[in-house]
Ligand binder design. Structure first.
Ligand SMILES: C[S@@+](CC[C@H](N)C(=O)[O-])C[C@H]1O[C@@H](n2cnc3c(N)ncnc32)[C@H](O)[C@@H]1O
Length: 561
């Protein structure tokens, strides 16, 4: 690979990235496609003049965009909301787009020019203020004092119903722009399923702070003793939108109460000790749940008394307990059968050590995980989400020629969320993940939840095809890769294996659309149809959406399911 010239500036690199072909699902590519689409709708038409007036008007050259000076202020009318969560407004010459964060269609705003991308046809700006608001803007909905500065959330001013509609259009555009499929094979995108909690939902936050100014001199890099501590408490928080500068964030209302309290504690500790820090750091905050059942005298047979320290005592839980007052801990055998307990107390704590074990309860299954390993960040929506997948993963109508589906492969399984919550639907399940710590957790979670029909393997997802013994026509594969999506060797092997159904879950609907395009196009003897496409709002107030695609093999005999 050619070396980047030493003198090439970051800005030159960003210019190059902004002109890259749209296939990697990055923010830049998604933005570029939205810009091109907006410009194409206003393109100056090259056709012969139809009237004398038109001919005369054409005699004077069309005005072309003259880029405003860097850091100058401009006024922009926003005409659409891009899939990146930024407002887009056309220049008065209709041939250039201003990208203004924290705005929605209909806003007329003042913005500061930051970076001009002539080839890509847009300029990034900083939002300054609203001159006249869009009818749909409701600033009373904004719950965070850092909104419109912090890079974390983009659309707090948009009523929730409209956030969900916008996310549906993100999924729609993703399949239009990234899947290379013709519109006939893309089903109508379902309504976005909302999050029960629209604030206070995020179970993980990672605010950070930079090292003291001048702490990383060449000398200090070589010798830590050369490093100097802070003279004042550093800003601890998240990046200022569009920059790498950290702004001080005292509270983050999209976080759960436990992680918000954790943030307060960590900030206090760092403030007390700030002079000792010679390097920047990331603060890790992950919610964890301590679940304890309640004792109800009428419904529960108490076998021994509660200890003041909450140590294990025994009980039999026989039903709901509206008048519960005492608390007891749960007997091991009861816990392992995973009963749908009607009464328990969940105590939430905040873990700050990434190596510690966090516990979450989803559909009353217990998930323990190394806190720093992957786990979904919005627990409030997970029961709706797993219920949807349970309902959609198997064919709705069984055809006589086809064998029933008995096997599940959970590629990119993490600590076993899908393998475990779906295990009762299958005779046997297998999970695979590249992270060894997640596989250790997945095995322990299966055991703790009394699931004996699941096995797990640490490996690259594409290796699973070397090991799998399940007959493809009786198998479903669920895929939930990281943002970059699946690599081609994985998709080609998946097509060669040819499972009866595929469920593709992703936090990046653009790479999902690209990969689903490959599966629908298929190979000789194996291609897929898209049964359903739908977004889930795992990330309220932000421009992100989780996509679910349900695919069925279209060339299985008697495919009338
Ligand atoms: C979005 S998470 C999904 C985890 C799980 N399905 C869940 O919902 O908790 C993606 C997972 O893919 C794993 N991963 C990343 N690259 C992988 C690869 N090449 N092969 C297998 N797993 C991979 C990560 O370790 C991570 O656990």
């Amino acid at each position: 690979m050619a070396k980047r010239p030493y003198h090439q500036s970051k800005s030159a690199k960003r210019q190059k990235n902004a002109a890259k072909p749209a296939n990697d699902g990055s923010n830049e590519q998604v933005l570029l496609l939205d810009v091109k689409s907006l410009l194409s709708r206003y393109k100056k038409v090259e056709r012969p003049a139809e009237t004398l007036e038109e001919e005369n008007a054409r005699a004077s050259p069309l005005p072309v965009h003259v880029p405003p000076e860097r850091f100058s202020e401009i006024d922009v009318k926003i005409s659409e909301l891009s899939s990146t969560g930024d407002g887009l407004g056309l220049s008065s010459t209709l041939d250039h787009v201003y990208v203004v964060p924290f705005t929605i269609p209909g806003d007329f705003v003042r913005a500061k020019v930051v970076t001009y991308f002539p080839q890509a046809g847009y300029t990034l700006t900083d939002f300054i203020r609203v001159i006249s608001p869009a009818p749909q803007r409701d600033d009373s909905l904004v719950k965070c004092p850092y909104f419109s500065k912090c890079a974390g959330c983009q659309i707090q001013m948009l009523p929730y119903e409209l956030q969900l509609q916008h996310k549906r259009s993100i999924v729609e555009k993703a399949y239009r722009n990234f899947s290379s499929l013709t519109p006939e094979v893309i089903p109508t995108i379902g309504e976005t399923i909302g999050s029960p909690l629209q604030y206070g939902y995020r179970t993980k936050l990672t605010p950070h702070f930079d090292g003291p100014p001048g702490s990383m001199t060449r000398k200090a890099k070589r010798d830590p003793l050369e490093r100097k501590g802070f003279k004042t408490v550093p800003p601890i928080g998240f990046n200022l939108k569009g920059t790498r500068k950290i702004i001080d964030i005292e509270d983050c209302p999209i976080g759960t109460d436990a992680v918000r309290e954790g943030l307060q504690r960590e900030r206090k500790d760092i403030a007390a000790d700030f002079a000792k820090y010679t390097k920047g750091a990331t603060i890790f905050l992950r919610e964890s749940t301590l679940r304890r059942p309640k004792l109800v005298a009428n419904d529960v047979t108490v076998e021994s008394a509660v200890h003041g320290d909450g140590e294990k005592t025994s009980t039999k839980d026989t039903g709901p307990s509206p008048d519960a007052t005492n608390e007891i801990s749960i007997k091991n055998d009861v816990k392992h059968t995973n009963p749908l307990r009607s009464e328990y107390i969940d105590e939430k704590t905040c873990i700050t050590d990434q190596r510690a074990i966090s516990t979450e309860y989803i559909d009353n299954f217990e998930f323990k995980n190394t806190a720093g390993a992957f786990f979904q960040n919005n627990n409030s929506i997970l029961p709706k989400f797993t219920a949807y997948i349970r309902e959609a993963i198997l064919p709705t109508t069984q055809i006589t020629q086809a064998k029933p589906i008995k096997y599940l492969i959970d590629a990119y399984c993490g600590s076993g969320l899908f393998t475990i919550t779906l295990s009762s639907l299958f005779q046997s399940s297998m999970g695979i993940d590249i992270a060894g710590a997640s596989i250790v957790a997945a095995k322990a979670n299966a055991t703790a939840n009394n699931i004996s029909n699941a096995s797990f393997m640490t490996a690259d997802a594409s290796k699973l095809f070397e090991h799998v013994k399940y007959p493809p026509e009786e198998t479903v594969v669920i895929i939930d890769p990281p943002r970059k999506g699946c690599d081609d060797p994985f998709l080609q092997q998946l097509l060669r294996f040819g499972p009866r159904r595929v469920v593709y879950v992703s936090c990046n609907v653009h790479t999902q659309a690209r990969d689903v395009g490959v599966l629908v196009e298929g190979v000789e003897g194996c291609r897929y149809e898209i049964e359903r496409l739908q977004g889930f709002d795992f990330f309220p107030q932000t421009g992100h959406v989780e996509g679910v695609a349900i695919l069925a093999r279209s060339d299985v005999a008697g495919k009338a399911e």
